[in-house]
Ligand binder design. Structure first.
Ligand code: NAD
Length: 484
């Protein structure tokens, strides 16, 4: 069962920051894969635009190297790569000056879908929006795509929104959160709303609690200076974990359409309770052996920025009253993993007796490394010896269930860029959602800064500080093992 590929309309995609790290590792290889899959029409064009002076031929060589490095060799037949490169052009441009804009105007056609990907620092978003408008490059239905970080608090996010809104309507703005482009995330909605099995149980009456974990094994590495100004709360919770929480917690939208879905997500963010200090654990990984600690890597021995955070979050509405959402994310942890675990309640009465044992049902939704879902159910342990119960997984690894031709899931960026071309905003964040998420985050950060809290040190290769384990233990619960 090969995945169906529906070609998109002809387009011109301009990648501002087309020589940057994100373009090289994600955007350009992703576009190549979509081209290879037959999704890009013959007339589609991609125009790199960045500060470096280079010719279109030099840019094609840069893109060839990126494709060879980041796309599986099986997809890199020489003639396919050459055909892809023939759609590329390059314009040297300065977002803050006037150089290059006339050349860009002559490259961008007016009668195809126009998309402008702002893969540059957010400080340049306003400049780009203004110049695209001033030079008459962007047509009335042009789309712009912006990357995280979208602000560092509510005020800066609002300012960014305003700088874009000065020249583009909200329907033209695509704020990327690549977590939303993951196959599993969309499957989460398919499972919730395409079946009758789950939705009746999807509430405080049957769900004991929910865990959302995003763990990385790497440290901050070369990004230390940037990271130290942000920390895990701003870098991961305000956007990625919050988006996942919204999709789990939201009410069924009346249709799977952009504003219907985003209205429901916004209601969840607005229903989030402020989190008391006792329900937040922040950590910093320490050095061990040859591995430098967080403070060594950022080069700031007094830094109080967290490389790990765990929080107990309450959604104050009828559906979730009393069901906590435990979130955690951190660097230099025991495993690289992103997953959501919905832990259901235990049966109300143990008819097999306490000695039979029992485990709550769990729905584990894995975003990485291997995307898929597992539902654990309780069965009788086979064999004689009485009624002993064990937990077994009903596994739905997508690669296995859907066959080898679907084993390689489209990367989140590929899917999201194609959604931009199709004009589908469902998996992108709306401006009011982003601001609301910051309005919830800001007072938590302000409170710990005011108290002068120091993050707790934790050993690299673990689940974070001991206090993060205690956050669940004190409620009689425990985190799912990161290495399970
Ligand atoms: P980068 O520093 O590698 O590249 C920046 C790009 O912007 C270069 O192409 C550069 O030429 C261009 N540029 C800089 N100043 C310019 C100017 N005045 N005019 C025109 N072009 C200019 O950065 P990156 O890692 O590719 O990240 C780009 C954006 O994406 C950033 O906002 C970053 O926060 C965000 N982002 C990056 C990643 C990632 O994995 N790299 C992930 C998520 C978000």
């Amino acid at each position: 069962m090969a995945a169906r590929v529906i070609p998109v309309d002809p387009f011109d995609l301009v990648i501002f920051g087309g020589t940057g790290d994100l373009a090289r590792r994600k955007i350009l290889p992703g576009l190549y894969r979509r081209f290879h899959a037959g999704q890009m029409p013959d007339t589609a064009r991609i125009i790199g635009a960045a500060r470096s002076e280079m010719s279109s031929d030099e840019y094609r060589e840069f893109v060839r190297a990126a494709v060879i490095e980041f796309v599986s060799p099986a997809l890199c037949e020489a003639e396919q790569v050459a055909a892809f490169l023939s759609r590329l052009a390059y314009v040297a441009i300065d977002a803050r000056g006037d150089g290059g804009w006339a050349a860009l105007k002559s490259e961008v056609r007016g009668d195809v879908v126009q998309a402008f990907y702002f893969s540059v620092a957010p400080g340049l978003f306003g400049d780009l929006a203004e110049r695209l408008h001033a030079h008459g490059i962007a047509g009335p239905d042009a789309r712009i795509v912006v990357e995280k970080p979208f602000g560092r608090d509510a005020a800066s996010a609002r300012a960014l929104n305003q700088s874009l809104a000065a020249h583009f309507r909200e329907e033209q703005i695509y704020r990327i959160d690549h977590y939303l482009g993951k196959e599993t995330v969309q499957n989460l909605m398919a499972v919730r709303f395409g079946n009758v099995l789950f939705e009746p149980l999807w509430n405080a009456q049957f769900v004991d609690h929910i865990q959302i974990s995003v763990a990385e094994t790497v440290g901050v590495g070369g990004r230390g200076e940037y990271y130290d100004k942000s920390g895990a709360m701003r870098d991961m919770v305000q956007n990625h974990l919050m988006q996942l929480l919204c999709l789990i917690a939201m009410e069924p939208p009346n249709r799977f359409e952009p504003d219907a879905v985003r209205d429901e997500k916004l209601k969840v963010i607005r229903a989030l309770e402020p989190v008391p200090a006792d329900d937040i654990v922040r950590g910093q990984y320490r050095s061990e052996g040859d591995l430098p600690g967080y403070l060594d890597e950022v080069g700031s021995p007094e830094s109080r920025t967290e490389s790990f955070i765990a929080l107990k979050v309450q959604v104050a509405n009828w559906r979730w009253n009393g069901t906590p959402f435990y979130l955690r994310t951190g660097k230099r942890m025991a495993a690289r993993l992103s997953e959501i675990v919905v832990v259901f309640k235990e049966p109300p009465h143990a008819i097999f007796g306490d000695e039979a044992g029992s485990e709550a049902n769990k729905l584990v939704i894995r975003l990485q490394p291997d995307e898929g879902m597992t539902l654990t159910v309780t069965i009788k342990e086979p064999g004689p010896g009485g009624m002993r119960l064990i937990e077994v997984p009903l596994d739905m690894s997508f690669a296995e269930a859907l066959g080898p031709e679907n084993a390689e899931m489209p990367d989140a960026y590929e899917r999201l860029i194609m959604d931009v071309i199709r004009g589908n905003q469902t998996l992108f964040m709306r401006g009011d959602e982003v601001e609301a998420a910051w309005r919830w985050t800001d007072p938590l950060i302000e409170a710990w800064e005011k108290r002068g809290d120091r993050p707790k040190p934790y050993r690299p290769g673990t689940s974070g500080p001991e206090d993060a384990l205690a956050l669940l233990h004190r409620d009689g619960r425990r985190w799912r093992d990161l290495e399970a």
